[in-house]
Design a protein around this ligand. Structure first.
Ligand code: BJ8
Length: 422
């Protein structure tokens, strides 16, 4: 066994199935990423990370665990990662973006469940993901019914803690969420044995904000024409930073942004000036879900932004800094997370404003609404997105898909036709 294989075996991974997954990823990455022309040099770090996707970072997490540290796995951007950093734990966002893990999940879950839910459950059931295996606690949320129920099943295999996200953002919903955030803080303190204080929380808030600022900067740089970076590369940077070390990501992103700034100054881009510009809006795209970006960019258009949890919802809002009182800090932190404009809220008008605002700021020619099949909240909210964009004069294409490649040809035809109209 290689060193990595030994580590995976120690973590209880099904080595044979996992080997197939790893073998499949290499050629896909080659085809989708490495074949791109004129990529920023700063993407070299991300190529390196994907090249050893279940190796080096898992090793770091294991070292952390061996020295008594805890690893906290999450699925959703509602979970405040600041508490983990403050208490000396490492938060990682789990991926769930591949069809490979779905058959294992379908032995238990109904087939007509969203791919994201099936993929995440399948990673555990199929013993395919070392990140799941290395984590001490998985944190779920009640954002949608499918996930909520899947977490009950997941808890039969590994410790799971679920945060209750309200359905409405009024005073009662806010009070509930404020309490949920405080309860989660207590759970992390219990897990780690470390107290979360005003000092260590303030420091964690600063760290996470610093990474958010770099991602906001990246978002602004993508407004340039020609776009200095492909949508695929920007998406990958976001996906990786969700499970990487926060300080390292801030540094890497800063260097990447400096490079992109130079490109913008010199009018250098990855697509010709005037290429059609697309904003994606909708469900998150977890690694290695690059399907839609790849189809769009293979058709000659460029993705300039993602109104999604693997996009703006991950970095847009900052937590206020400079507060010294712990309780006030908790209130501000909870309020920041409640501003995540997820379709789980009713109403969720703020998301409509975000999409229109981003389309304008990024000079998008059109929006593609991305909906995972069987996700009812986003599918139904798409009707309102449609109306709001029509009123704002922004062209929209609504697509519903999953992780399989079966509909790739049909999607390509529809996307080509949409681009023709822009
Ligand atoms: S804050 S978008 S990450 S919940 S796609 S599993 S909703 S059926 S992912 Fe999400 Fe948090 Fe909201 Fe963001 Fe359910 Fe829909 Fe599947 Fe979804």
């Amino acid at each position: 066994l290689t060193e990595n294989e030994q580590m995976w075996a120690d973590l209880g991974i099904d080595l044979q199935a996992h080997g197939q997954l790893m073998n499949a990823l290499g050629p896909i990455y080659q085809d989708i990423y490495l074949s791109q022309k004129n990529r920023p040099k700063g993407m070299g770090f991300y190529d390196f990370v994907v090249g050893d996707i279940h190796g080096i970072r898992v090793k770091e997490l294991r070292e952390h665990a061996k020295s008594g540290g805890k690893v906290v796995a999450t699925y959703c951007v509602f979970v405040p990662e600041e508490f983990c950093w403050a208490a000396g734990a490492i938060p990682i966002s789990l991926c769930a973006g591949t069809a490979f893990s779905i058959p294992a999940a379908e032995e238990v879950l109904p087939r007509n469940t969203c791919a994201l839910i099936k993929s995440s459950f399948g990673f555990k059931l199929g013993r395919l993901c070392p990140y799941v295996q290395v984590s001490h606690l998985i944190v779920g949320e009640t954002t949608c019914d499918g996930k909520k129920k899947m977490f009950e099943l997941l808890a039969e295999h590994q410790p799971v803690y679920v945060m209750e996200v309200p359905n409405k953002r009024g005073p009662a919903g806010r009070a509930l969420w404020q309490q949920e955030v405080r309860d989660f803080k207590a759970r992390i303190e219990e897990l780690t044995g470390n107290k979360i204080t005003a000092e260590n929380l303030a420091e964690a808030i600063k760290k996470v904000n610093a990474r958010r600022r770099e991602f906001k900067r990246l978002s602004q740089l993508r407004a340039a024409d020609p776009a200095p970076i492909s949508g695929k590369d920007a998406l990958l940077a976001t996906q990786v930073s969700m499970y990487d070390d926060v300080d390292r990501e801030t540094q890497i992103m800063k260097a990447l942004n400096d490079e992109l700034e130079e490109r913008v100054k010199n009018g250098v881009g990855v697509f010709p000036k005037g290429a059609k510009r697309i904003l994606i809006s909708g469900s998150p795209m977890a690694i290695p879900n690059w399907k839609l970006h790849h189809i769009i960019e293979s058709a000659g258009a460029v993705v300039v932004g993602e109104e999604s949890c693997t996009g703006s919802r991950f970095f847009d809002e900052l937590v206020p800094e400079g507060i010294t009182d712990l309780d006030e800090m908790l209130t501000a932190l909870a309020d920041r997370y409640l501003k995540t404009n997820c379709a789980c809220f009713t109403p969720n008008c703020e998301r409509l404003d975000d999409i229109i605002g981003m389309a304008k700021a990024l000079n998008a020619d059109g929006v593609i609404h991305y909906n995972l099949q069987f996700c009812h909240t986003y599918a139904n909210e798409a009707i309102q997105v449609d109306k709001a964009l029509e009123k704002a004069g922004v062209p929209l294409l609504r697509i519903e898909t999953d992780y399989s490649d079966e509909d790739a040809g049909q999607l390509k035809t529809r996307i080509d036709a949409f681009l023709e109209t822009l």
